[in-house]
Write a protein of this length. Structure first.
Length: 117
């Protein structure tokens, strides 16, 4: 598999997966802002990469460390950008924290502090 990365000033670099590592990945966990898109614009090649993942019968999920938004916010944003995904494709840092606490501290109480705006 060959990946083409555009790098400023019209230069292109090609990354080849000579060891075949990517071929064995069944699910890709992808960061969102700054990796797949910036603001509401796709990073060059990101949409094509997602399409190739799906065409190969594999899948992907999006990860985000932004705990101020829930999965529904990201589903709506991606829809505005032309990609329809379900909430199951979005994993937020808040969800990861909940999973961790449930798994490692079942039945314990949590005292949550947060800042508005």
């Amino acid at each position: 598999m060959i990946f083409v990365n555009k790098v400023g000033m019209g230069r292109m670099f090609i990354n080849e997966d000579k060891a075949g590592i990517i071929r064995n990945i069944k699910v890709f966990a992808l960061d969102m802002d700054g990796t797949v898109y910036l603001d509401e614009s796709w990073i060059d090649g990101a949409r094509e990469f997602l399409e190739r993942i799906e065409e190969s019968g594999r899948s992907y999920v999006f990860l985000t460390n932004n705990s101020s938004k829930n999965p529904q916010n990201y589903v709506k944003k991606l829809h505005r950008m032309g990609l329809d995904v379900g909430e199951g494709k979005i994993i937020t840092s808040g969800q990861a924290t909940i999973f961790y606490l449930q798994r490692n501290y079942p039945g314990k109480r949590v005292f949550l502090l947060y800042k508005l705006n």
